[in-house]
Design a protein around this ligand. Structure first.
Ligand code: ADP
Ligand code: ZN
Length: 613
């Protein structure tokens, strides 16, 4: 048995992904490692494969009990012996886990950090052959990370108590430089081999929409993604309630999740989503930590989240199985104000902070909010924006975000820019003060409302010079000019727009300004004739998978991921040896399920003789 045959026979993958092999090799040569890889990149096999090749036991420390059960059932399902120890076990389950550990049959045990120094576990560990300690979600050890867990600080001590020092491997999806340093020192990693594979998630399509009616846009999106699983994030509990209720009334299969619900309802709703009994989860950001559901096909943000870190983490819950998936923000200016309000009114819990430190945190939070707003209003590549934010160099044009695809066209806005900037100049000259965007737009469009009249702007030479242009278009041009430095906006709820040196230079030189703008979008509804034959096979296979899953009481994606089913549609295996070629199919799964799926495919081909493979 070597790493390649384990990858193929147990996990059903034919090649390693970026970073995996080097991490595995270093672990096997006895070195500590630190792997920083984005969600869905495949961190688990980096320690699961070495655990099979080392002679002792691997202890995996993980912060989330829900995640543990999932991982253990996934492993058992592909023929790898694993158990978990945490506070959710019944006495019988607890005894079963320890029996399995003492029997020496088990290769991997998942434990919560708080369990490490309990007498039962400690006395087991010091008397056993421990080859490796793996720390999952390693950023939890750092107070600078987002999810600090004090229990993680005990890990280093626990390792010291073991008679022979095992290899220590640590993994996380996001870690700034400070957090990385903390991971190394606080976990006591010894000269670790570090791999960072980058933040890009190639199978995700990013888009930002600015709909006049968010709910209508959401419904349209959900109709286009009928039959797929996804999350809709809202900023407030109240929003979750309203959106979920409306969706249910309109016949969608939706559930809800936020911190205001009872534990019981939250557990129930989460399970409904994970087990595919409900397709859409409407939730606040309280939902998702530790949700390992691999077939989430879309993540819609009904409101813009508070910072790029949260956004990338939440959006990243889509497409973990590698399938093409979508991440959409339904942006409106009001989201910025709501977030600002929430940031300014969230009292920092930590009493030890000085006023100065509090100020500092507030300032950083507002800066992050600003960056998030830039993401939503930029006309440059969205993927590129995020990668740059996390310190990477993007390649310019990704072709897989709403700004890069042909939904946009490049428009020369030099003349409009001249009109807008001149108007700010005239208004300022008239009243000796600056104004906000609404009054500017009203003046440019020649509105005859009271406000404009009372200010006397009707007599300006710029009054009405853009009356043929929609207010929406003028607003987006103003935002573009602000972002690109032609106009300065104050950082207030209703920003005042001011001229600066760059505006002056532009009025003088009139250098060309171009901007990407959305083309008129057509509603695309799939016609029955567009549905390919494979779509029907996919539905058949899904039905079979769900039947097996509900019989075995496991979530459907534990049986096979959507990606594996799609590969079956492509290959159409009719016998076991062909079945082994499907991505994600190893020996155990082929034996366990192969015949059932081949049978289903054979029948399908008989019923549809026109499909030749
Ligand atoms: P992470 O923990 O990094 O978020 P996982 O370990 O859960 O990611 O893996 C994400 C998905 O990628 C899983 O569905 C897994 O089966 C798949 N995967 C992992 N390694 C490979 C590989 N070498 N080839 C193909 N798929 C892989
Ligand atoms: Zn792009």
């Amino acid at each position: 048995m070597d790493k390649y045959s384990i990858l193929k026979d147990y996990f059903g993958h034919s090649a390693f992904r970026s970073g995996q092999e080097e991490l595995i090799d270093n672990i096997l040569s006895g070195k500590d490692v630190l792997g920083i890889m984005p969600t869905g990149a495949g961190k688990s096999v980096c320690y699961q494969i070495p655990s099979m090749l080392m002679n002792g036991l691997t202890i995996v420390i993980s912060p989330l009990i829900s995640l543990m059960k999932d991982q253990v059932s996934s492993l058992n399902n592909i023929g790898i012996n694993a158990v978990c120890i945490n506070s959710s076990l019944s006495i019988d389950e607890y005894r079963y886990s320890f029996d399995a550990l003492y029997s020496g049959m088990c290769k991997i045990v998942y434990v919560a950090p708080e369990r490490l120094d309990t007498p039962d576990f400690l006395s087991f560990a010091v008397n056993s052959n421990i080859s490796m300690v793996t720390v999952d979600e390693a950023h939890c050890v750092s107070q600078w990370g987002q999810d600090f867990r004090p229990g993680y600080l005990r890990i280093a001590e626990f390792i010291k108590k073991l008679p022979v020092r095992p290899v220590v491997s640590a993994f996380t999806a996001t870690a700034t430089k400070t957090v990385q340093d903390d991971i190394v020192s606080l976990l006591g990693l010894e000269n670790p081999y570090a791999v960072a594979t980058g933040y890009d998630r190639k199978n995700l399509f990013f888009s930002v929409l600015k709909p006049d009616d968010k709910y209508k846009e959401l419904v349209k999106f959900l109709k286009e993604h009928d039959g797929k699983s996804g999350i809709v994030y809202c900023l407030s509990r109240k929003n979750v309630e309203t959106v979920c209720e409306k969706l249910c009334q309109n016949g969608f299969s939706a559930s809800r999740y936020h911190a205001g619900l009872s534990d019981e309802e939250r557990r129930q709703n989460q399970d409904d989503f994970i087990f595919d009994r409900k397709q859409i989860m409407v939730a606040t950001n309280a939902f998702g930590m530790g949700i390992d559901k691999s077939n989430v096909s879309f993540v819609v943000h009904y409101n813009m989240p508070k910072d790029p870190e949260s956004y990338y983490q939440e959006a990243g819950r889509a497409g973990r199985d590698g399938s093409e998936s979508e991440c959409v923000i339904l942006y409106s200016g009001a989201d910025v104000r709501t977030n600002r309000f929430m940031i300014e009114n969230s009292r920092e819990e930590n009493e030890e902070l000085s006023d100065e430190e509090r100020e500092d945190i507030l300032r950083k939070d507002l800066e992050r909010l600003k960056q998030m707003t830039f993401y939503c209003t930029t006309t440059d590549c969205l993927r590129g924006f995020m990668l740059k934010y996390f310190g990477e160099k993007p390649s310019g044009y990704c072709g897989k975000c709403s700004n890069c695809t042909d939904g946009f066209e490049t428009v020369d806005i030099t003349t409009d820019a001249l009109k807008i900037i001149s108007c700010i100049y005239r208004m300022h000259k008239e009243k000796n003060m600056y104004f906000g965007r609404t009054i500017l737009v009203d003046t440019l469009r020649g509105s005859n409302n009271e406000k404009i009249k009372s200010l006397g702007f009707e007599s300006l030479s710029t009054y009405g010079i853009m009356k043929d242009v929609t207010a929406k278009k003028i607003r987006s041009e103003i935002d573009f000019l602000t972002q690109n430095g032609y106009i300065t906006a104050t950082e207030t709820d209703y920003p005042t727009l001011m001229l600066n040196r760059q505006s002056g230079e532009f009025l003088r030189d009139k250098t060309e300004i171009t901007m990407k703008m959305p083309k008129e979008k057509k509603l695309t509804v799939k016609k029955l004739s567009d549905v390919s034959a494979d779509d029907f096979l996919f539905l058949e296979l899904k039905r079979l998978r769900n039947a097996i899953a509900s019989k075995d009481l496991v979530p459907a994606y534990i049986v096979f991921s959507d990606a594996a089913l799609k590969d079956m549609c492509r290959i159409k295996p009719v016998n076991i040896s062909q079945f082994m070629r499907v991505a994600g199919v190893g020996k155990v799964k082929a034996e366990r399920y192969g015949e059932k799926f081949c049978h289903c495919i054979r029948n399908y081909l008989l019923e549809h003789p026109q499909i030749n493979n």
